[in-house]
Design a protein around this ligand. Structure first.
Ligand code: COA
Length: 161
């Protein structure tokens, strides 16, 4: 582990990110709905913004789990991806992402996907470094931290070496 030290504790709200994208025909699968891989790309991207905002370093994806596509996303929908950091260990950070699709004509919004993405903060030599600890300000922060810790322990038990 790198000896570079994080600056200070940071709350989840300081790194929260929201990304809004319009789904185009080029995002579709052969059946005409939005391709799951396209949504995964946006999930990874918004989670990466949160991880880098929190760690103020380079941060790379090491795992993505509990990915659920709950409803289809259609060409023309506006996809909003909300991401927050739940848990920090040493260099690893769990980011939770929720994707919501909006039919822009009817205004109906549907939660279409959820995922947990783990990032690792890297120093300038590409080695894992400590990320700032989480300052837990709200009950939601504290609950999500405890749940994230349990998921991270499970992830590490199942980790492929
Ligand atoms: C990130 C990377 C440098 C970590 O290397 P490593 O040898 O596994 O390092 P460590 O074993 O010291 O693990 C570093 C941290 O990652 C965590 N980690 C590693 N694999 C993990 C996994 N599958 N799930 C969750 N956490 C994981 C470890 O628990 C550790 O966390 P901690 O510092 O909070 O305790 C290395 O796995 C890597 O380069 N992966 C490729 C990342 C990448 O390129 N992603 C882009 C998509 S291809």
């Amino acid at each position: 582990m790198s000896s570079e030290n994080p600056t200070r504790e940071k709350s989840p709200s300081e790194s929260h990110a929201e990304v809004i994208v319009r789904m185009f025909p080029s995002d579709a699968n052969p059946a005409g709905n939005v391709f799951g891989g396209e949504i995964l790309k946006h999930i990874d991207m918004v989670a990466g913004i949160v991880a880098q905002r929190h760690s103020q370093s380079n941060a790379v994806t090491v795992s993505m789990d509990s990915v659920n596509f709950l409803k289809p996303v259609f060409v023309g929908n506006v996809l909003t991806l909300n991401a927050r950091i739940n848990y920090v260990h040493n260099s690893s950070m769990e980011i939770e992402v929720k994707a919501e699709a909006e039919d822009i004509v009817t205004g109906i919004r549907t939660i279409t996907g959820t995922a947990f993405v783990t990032f690792v903060a890297l120093d300038k030599h590409g080695k894992p470094m400590h990320a700032p600890k989480l300052a837990l300000k709200t009950d939601e922060d504290r609950i999500k931290f405890e749940e994230g810790k349990i998921r991270m322990e499970k992830r590490l038990r199942n980790r492929q070496k």
